[in-house]
Design a protein around this ligand. Structure first.
Ligand code: HEM
Length: 366
């Protein structure tokens, strides 16, 4: 564990060991409130505290807002979404293969639209608005756009979600926006701005992460043909393979950022109140004391303690949905396109250092 300089005078502690990462992320003496002075954020400027964006809040605000989304991610709800996810995957593959060229960019035709359409399904975005929603969510993702385009898309999406919330207030359906409207906003538990913030947080947090997992997972499997062959022979092994891919790729690369609100000792080092920490999940998930030969992809290994979804209070709320998307979307791709191959080195398309590890395109043939 050592201090690193990220910008200006700010030099948080960099946490790389699995044990220390878990200890910090589970400790309520570390705050996620990015507006606190000295917070080791991504940029010197603290981001505005937007209503509903609870990932940078502490209890009790964090608890109150996070709780409002829990019913959307129960085992039963995710099981109910599986058929829709399967249908979306098949339709995307139909469209991708329709021109008969036998080639495509997997990011553009599969990895970006898939999570966005699944979030449409979860929120209850009407079918006729899917194109609009998809265009905005693509622009919000840094894979595809610059900062101005991103801001404009965010604004358009907020306006759209505000209208959808108002509509569902009058005509509720069986979806998350309706439940936020009737059970939270109408009861005064949440403001309209918070409900819009919650809905848009799902898109921001759930889109780019999942969208990057797909192409990187495809590359990893194509580069380990013996493991891909094992999956083809035994499709029951897919859930385990998805967990290993989550560990091996640990796509959230920006570090979980926190600030100590009291003096805390971690691994024998005293972190003083007001000092920041950056927990590098990608390093913790390759800690050799937990995962033997950590740089090897091994779909049969025990991955139960991987930290790809974080740990503690802020652990990913959408993890069961992300798992369902990967468990359905990856096998569908390899089943429908058995001769899938890379058409160019993925390294040529690496995203510049960003919060999520990934590629901006992945040309493939089949
Ligand atoms: C939080 C990873 C998919 C919604 C997180 C965190 C990680 C993560 C590491 C913890 C952040 C922290 O501790 O500061 C991932 C990965 C995904 C994924 C690797 C895909 C493979 C999703 C999906 C959704 C989602 C599909 C929703 C549709 C969220 C939300 C939070 C979060 C709302 C904030 C939770 C809180 O602060 O309490 N995610 N995520 N994520 N994730 Fe995910």
């Amino acid at each position: 564990m050592r201090r690193v300089t990220i910008w200006g005078e700010t030099s948080p502690w960099l946490i790389t060991r699995h044990k220390d990462a878990r200890a910090v992320l589970a400790d309520p003496r570390f705050s996620a409130d990015a507006t606190l002075p000295g917070f080791p954020g991504m940029r010197p400027q603290a981001p505005p505290r937007a209503p509903g964006q609870f990932f940078m809040m502490d209890p009790p605000d964090h608890t109150r807002l996070r709780r409002m989304l829990i019913p959307a991610f129960t085992f039963r709800r995710i099981e109910e979404l599986r058929p829709a996810i399967g249908r979306i995957c098949e339709e995307l593959i139909d469209t991708m293969t329709a021109d008969g060229s036998g080639s495509a960019d997997l990011v553009e035709s599969y990895a970006l639209p898939l999570p966005s359409l699944v979030i449409c399904e979860l929120l209850g975005v009407p079918y006729e608005d899917h194109d609009f929603f998809q265009r905005q969510s693509k622009s919000i993702s840094s894979l595809a756009s610059g900062p101005e385009e991103m801001m404009a898309a965010r604004k358009a999406l907020h306006a759209y979600l505000g209208e959808l919330l108002a509509l569902r207030m009058k005509e509720p359906a069986d979806d998350l926006v309706s439940r936020l409207a009737t059970e939270r906003v109408a009861t005064g538990e949440a403001t309209e701005a918070e409900a819009v913030g919650l809905a848009s947080l799902l898109l921001v947090a759930g889109h780019e992460t999942t969208a990057n997992m797909f192409p990187l997972a495809v590359v990893a499997l194509l580069r380990h043909p013996e493991q891909l062959a094992a999956l083809r022979a035994d499709p029951e092994a897919w859930p385990g393979a998805v967990e290993e891919l989550l560990r091996y790729l640990t796509v959230v690369h920006s570090g979980m950022r926190r600030i100590a609100t009291e003096d805390v000792e971690v691994a024998g080092v005293r972190i003083r109140a007001g000092e920041g920490v950056v927990v590098a999940l990608q390093a913790a998930d390759r800690d050799p004391s937990v995962f033997a030969d950590p740089d090897e992809l091994d779909i049969r290994r025990d991955t139960s303690s991987h930290l790809a979804f974080g740990h503690g209070l802020h652990q990913c709320i959408g993890q069961s949905l992300a798992r369902a998307e990967l468990q359905i979307g990856l096998p569908a791709l390899f089943r429908r396109l058995p001769a899938l191959q890379l058409a160019a080195p993925p390294e040529d398309f690496a995203l510049p250092a960003s919060s999520v590890h990934g590629v901006r395109a992945l040309p493939v043939t089949w």
